[in-house]
Design a protein around this ligand. Sequence first.
Ligand code: SAM
Length: 388
Amino acid sequence: MIGSAFSTYRRPVADGQSIGEEEPGNRWFMHSTSPSRFQVSAMPPSLEELARDLDALGVSAFLAAFPDDRPRLADWAGPIAALPDDVRPIYEFLLLGRPTDRALLPPSIHTCFPALEEAAILNSRGETAQLAEAVLMRPTGLWLFAAPPSPFETDLYFGADSIQLARHLDIRPGSAVLDLCSGTGLQALLAAERGATAHAVEINPVATAVARVNAALNGIADRVSLWSGNLFDPLPTGKVYDQVIANIPFLPGAANGSDGFDVGREILRELPSWLAPDGTACLTALALTTATGIVLPEGLREFADHTGRGMVVALGERWPVDAESSLVQALADEAADDGGDFSECVEEAVQAFRRRDVIEARTAFVHIGAVEDASPITILEEAVGDRS
Ligand SMILES: C[S@@+](CC[C@H](N)C(=O)[O-])C[C@H]1O[C@@H](n2cnc3c(N)ncnc32)[C@H](O)[C@@H]1O
């Protein structure tokens, strides 16, 4: 369920059912208290061969025909049903997560089965193979196994904010980039693909294992180092980065502060010692709109004042704060997990926003500038869609 703390829960997929054909949904992940800590090793070259075959089979061209920031399996299903018999099973298996007769899949997919099984995103039973939890997508032109956007909790988060953050990044070739809360790796992969050396840290080893597959699939495993652990903990001592990226969990709640920015504040505390003086950072956050203006999470203004770094906050998607909104439902879901009645928790979440005169919430992309760029905090409006 959305809104509950990080767990290794994996949503079961019944035989014959595809993955993630729900409404596009949310992002809500918290940090676990006992991370494992490892750096992943090299992957077999079979994944790169698979990527070449997918291009040849037209899969990249197919996916390029759909908007990549809100992948909807339901939109892909119709055109896939019309594909010729010899290629349709490949699309159904990889893009729709359908159980598929192994004999109908090409050798390049078979040779990847061990890597996909090791990353726990393949169930292979007898004659049938099916992706578990993840499907193959192609945001920003990169192959990515991840959970399609969904209101259900997943270890393999991918949402509209993932790609919106990726689009906010200005990556310099040759730079050193750190992606915190890296999940299945989109931002780190993008940095590496654009010529940076990317380090990525994700607390959930399940997601890190899939990020490793994704790096290999895109042929950039040699430029991405992945660790599983808490924020800066696993990183090489003394390392400094030209850019730090973090799509943090930003659901308010017991585990992440009443403004959903505890993980963000933890990052800000350590950021100055990991960022080169001319380095920059880009974090996600939740900003609230009240009658008197935008309320940013606590700690951002103080960070700008103390470090002398300028800050630009780009306000993205709008989230209503009424009882039907997915934000309120997610908050209530989190509270109900701790033993409350769901309807009462919805009412309490709505009232809590009302008490603070909140009209709506906004996804915010916080750009932190170099030390010499000590301009005041600037707030920008982006052209955006609305959540319900
Ligand atoms: C919203 S997802 C972002 C994933 C990916 N970067 C993306 O944009 O699709 C947030 C991720 O942060 C991870 N996370 C939460 N707390 C963390 C922490 N303290 N250290 C590292 N990762 C953390 C979660 O497991 C989750 O994968």
